[in-house]
Design a protein around this ligand. Structure first.
Ligand SMILES: Cc1ncc(C[n+]2csc(CCOP(=O)(O)OP(=O)(O)O)c2C)c(N)n1
Ligand SMILES: [Mg+2]
Length: 359
């Protein structure tokens, strides 16, 4: 399917359009139960995201990067992964985490200021998400090379934004992936902005997907608000990776519906009209129409899904808030295996002022 859409010709894979109509020839054969599960993850991601923004405003959570509008990218990608695959995510991956079964309370705990929240529990193949833009793409390629050495039939997925494609790390990672034919799936959430910098200032290429061509592997642009397109492309790319076919770059064309983070005000660099236009492409609403047409959705079901999501979110927040706060030592403890004299000195100073402040 991927090969049928040439990024150099400006072709974009879309299976489910804005009216909820589906291209039957490309529609993934997913059982109703799985479709409903995916919808549930999207709803839960949106509910958790809205809650995180509220908590931040109440001073109960730190700076937060909203995932609103990225639900199809995130849930679609994660739904295409097998239990033995690996994920190298970034800071805007709430739906991906939820889909892979990461404890939501830990996710909140991280954004509440405790790094312990992104120490992945045993059994889940998720690297701690990257804050340094694009660094995770190199890590993912390293893991892909390791999988090749060890002859593991797994896919290693890296997610990142459009802004990440301007980093040297991105290009080095793509180059190694192409040369060593690593089992990677690169999913770029092109949400049109890197903080305030628009996509047009990020690259002179017509698409991000076409960059793959220069590195000698496949690239495809998909409608990032269409979960069936993201899922279909990611599934095919992952199977290709597992069977020795090498890497794929997927550009999921979407829009960041919220501010970059709670420290940003997007109204300063984009118009309300643009946001309203994208509101019409909402990934959750679109998938809902699809389910309804398939007889998998009605008001009662919606109510049940929303209630379940709200309940899970409230439970997770309560559990996260019940955890002990991070200790000052944590700020220093993990940079090196053993603390350097400089760090020890700084820790003594910070600990003393923290004690002072507590008095
Ligand atoms: C190496 C590095 N440079 C700069 C930053 C500051 N920064 C954080 S997010 C961001 C923009 C990222 O944009 P994009 O890759 O499109 O992802 P998005 O936030 O849109 O999901 C920048 C510049 C950083 N975290 N790391
Ligand atoms: Mg972006």
């Amino acid at each position: 399917m991927i090969e049928r859409f040439d990024p150099l010709k400006g072709e974009r894979l879309q299976i489910l359009n804005e009216a909820g109509e589906v291209r039957a020839d490309l529609e993934p054969a997913l059982p109703g139960e799985e479709l409903r599960r995916m919808f549930g993850h999207m709803v839960r991601a949106r509910a958790a995201d809205a809650k995180a923004l509220k908590l931040q405003r109440q001073g109960r959570l730190g700076t937060y990067a909203s995932s609103r509008g990225h639900e199809a990218c995130q849930v679609g990608t994660a739904s295409a992964m097998d239990g033995t695959d690996w994920l190298f995510p970034y800071f805007r991956d709430l739906g991906t985490y939820i889909t892979l079964g990461y404890p939501l309370e830990d996710y909140f705990h991280y954004w509440m200021g405790n790094e312990a929240g992104i120490r992945t529990p045993e059994g889940l193949n998720i690297y701690p998400f990257a804050i340094p833009v694009a660094s995770q793409i190199l890590h993912a390629v390293g893991a892909g090379m390791a999988a090749n050495y060890r002859k593991l039939k797994i896919a290693v997925v890296a997610t990142f934004g459009d802004g990440a494609t301007s980093e040297g790390d991105f290009h080095e990672a793509m180059n190694f992936a192409g040369v060593f034919k690593t089992p990677n799936v690169f999913v770029c959430y092109n949400n049109q902005f890197a903080i305030s910098v628009p996509r047009s200032r990020q690259t002179a290429s017509a698409t991000i997907a076409q960059k793959a061509v220069a590195y000698g592997f496949r690239g495809v642009q998909v409608d990032g608000n269409d979960i069936l397109a993201v899922y279909g492309a990611a599934k095919e790319a992952a199977q290709n990776a597992r069977s020795g076919g090498g890497p794929t770059l997927i550009e999921a064309y979407t829009y960041r519906m919220g501010d970059h983070t709670t420290s940003d005000d997007a109204a300063r660099y984009r118009t309300k009209d643009d946001v309203l236009e994208w509101e019409k492409k909402d990934p959750v609403a679109r998938f809902q129409i699809y389910l309804k047409k398939k007889g998998l959705w009605d008001e009662a079901y919606e109510k049940e899904v929303q209630e379940k999501a709200a309940e899970a979110v409230e439970k997770a927040v309560a559990a996260a808030e019940a955890k002990p706060p991070a200790s000052v030592e944590d700020l220093f403890a993990f940079t090196y295996a053993a603390m350097t004299p400089n760090l020890k000195e700084q820790l003594t100073g910070v600990a003393a002022s923290a004690k002072e402040a507590a008095r």
